[in-house]
Design a protein around this ligand. Structure first.
Ligand SMILES: O=C(CO)[C@H](O)[C@H](O)COP(=O)(O)O
Length: 209
């Protein structure tokens, strides 16, 4: 299982520092949505230039104009971009078309799809995305009844390649792997840790065993 760090920081120097600390332990460096909005798409180019051997993931969470937005990120050097799973099918198809043009990958982010999620996962998987990110966002995670188990159940049931994001940490990454995820996405468990490198190293070990 691949390990992806979600760099939900707000400026490029912080992102480059974090990437430098954790890159050896992760497969994918994600520029979080707030980072892209704050620092701009050129931050994608800067992270890719600093870490050309890593997959760079631009978490655009595109909701419209899929081909245009995904193309911006691919042109900047992204290897993967996200489009919202709740978006119009043509938005997803557009992002996929940009991916085909650049030889890169599109991920459908299922954030905010809670009802009928397995059905929508199967629909978007047929639109040509590389995999589906089954995701509980930061606001959903803040609710007292939040549990990652529902994400894992839906991943097991959907029968398509998926990643899991939503509070992945040392206590849950083993279950994410056992559920069959191809990628575990960890943000706050790494960037909020006292020692992000150590946190990423521990997650790496647990992602593999
Ligand atoms: O995309 C995101 C929020 O929309 C986060 O990057 C994702 O949820 C991973 O962060 P965390 O591990 O802290 O949940």
């Amino acid at each position: 299982m691949r390990l992806q760090v979600a760099m939900d920081v707000l400026d490029l120097p912080s992102a480059l520092t974090l990437a430098g600390q954790v890159a050896e332990y992760v497969d994918v460096l994600e520029l979080g949505t707030p980072l892209v909005k704050s620092a701009g798409i050129s931050a994608v180019s800067a992270v890719k230039a600093a870490h050309p051997d890593k997959l760079v993931f631009a978490d655009l969470k595109t909701a419209d104009a899929g081909e245009l937005e995904a193309g911006l990120a691919f042109e900047a050097g992204a290897d993967l971009v996200t489009v919202m799973g709740v978006a119009d099918d043509d938005t997803i198809r557009g992002a996929v078309a940009a991916g085909a043009k650049y030889g890169k990958s599109v991920v459908a982010d299922m954030i905010a799809v809670t009802e009928g999620r397995v059905g929508r996962i199967r629909e978007v998987a047929k639109l040509g995305v590389s995999f589906v990110e089954i995701h509980a966002g930061l606001d959903e995670q803040a609710r007292p009844d939040y549990t990652i188990e529902k994400l894992l159940d839906d991943g097991r049931e959907a029968g398509v390649p998926f990643s899991i994001a939503g509070g992945v940490g040392p206590d849950t990454i083993g279950a994410v792997r056992q559920a069959g995820a191809t990628v575990a996405v960890a943000g706050s468990a790494i960037y909020n840790a006292p020692d992000p490198a150590e946190a990423a190293s521990q997650l790496r070990k647990r992602a593999n065993t």
